[in-house]
Write a protein that binds this ligand. Structure first.
Ligand code: ATP
Length: 235
């Protein structure tokens, strides 16, 4: 069974729909990329999944229909978006930001998870008492991801995770997403301008054009498609 399924989803901001009849699926443990030009509706699609804008159609996680669920219920169900860019709380310490990620949890394993993510991201462990606002851009992005992982998501949504990062940090970030995917069998849906880096860790990709999603294609095949290279991969 797919982890996340969208069928005939329409969504927008009041004055007409930006997304029309969008359908997609992300299978358990799969990395899927959304490619599209500026203004195609990629962020709108992420918002339609996380329930932060009005949407119609079917948004299903496993056998549960989430289309009428509120954003916090969607997070509790396991579909969680990484806060964009500097989405961490600048005045709180690294550790408090991480604990905040676990606020919806009722289990007793928060400390164990904290220790685990400090192992995975030693730079966060070194800076655990520092305010998040003093971290570098790359460290803040790491913190944003680790904070999201503290919710123990089933499906991770990443909207332009490399925004503002150098090419080296972008590569590190995608390597880290790939290993999280393997380690946790985590499903990841990612919107990314650096199409090559994203496709390299993905199994499939969808092209979004003017709010319409074409059927998915194999990531490796897209990477060698000349038309795609010209349109999305910088030639
Ligand atoms: P980019 O790559 O430039 O971020 P995108 O593919 O993420 O673009 P969206 O941000 O989803 O595109 O925008 C799609 C359309 O929805 C655009 O026409 C945009 O003007 C419109 N839009 C986005 N946010 C809002 C909003 N809050 N209110 C009204 N219209 C919006």
């Amino acid at each position: 069974m797919s982890a996340l399924v969208l069928e005939d989803v329409c969504a927008g901001y009041g004055a007409g729909d930006v997304l029309g009849d969008v359908g997609l699926r992300v299978d358990p443990g799969e990395i899927v990329v959304i490619l599209g030009a500026n203004g195609a509706g990629k962020t709108t699609l992420m918002r339609a999944i996380s329930g932060t804008i009005a949407r119609r159609g079917t948004v299903r996680l496993g056998d549960r229909d989430l289309v009428r669920a509120k954003p916090d219920q969607i997070v509790r169900a396991g579909v969680v978006q990484v806060p964009q860019g500097r989405g961490t709380i600048a005045d709180l310490s690294v550790e408090d930001n991480l604990r905040l990620g676990a606020y919806i949890r009722r289990d007793k394993e928060v400390a164990k998870d904290l220790a685990h993510w400090y192992d995975v991201y030693p730079r966060l462990a070194e800076r655990r008492k520092q305010k998040a606002g003093f971290l570098s851009g790359g460290e803040q992005q790491m913190l944003a991801i680790a904070r999201t992982l503290m919710t123990r998501p089933r499906v991770l949504l990443c909207d332009e995770p490399s925004l503002g990062l150098s090419p080296r940090l972008t590569s590190e970030l995608f390597a880290s997403l790939a290993s999280l995917n393997k380690e946790l069998d985590l499903s990841i849906l990612v919107v990314e301008q650096n199409a090559m880096v994203a496709l390299a860790i993905a199994s499939r990709a969808y092209l979004l054009e003017a709010g319409r999603l074409a059927p998915s294609r194999d990531a490796a095949e897209l990477m060698s498609d000349d038309a795609i290279k010209t349109a999305y991969l910088g030639g």
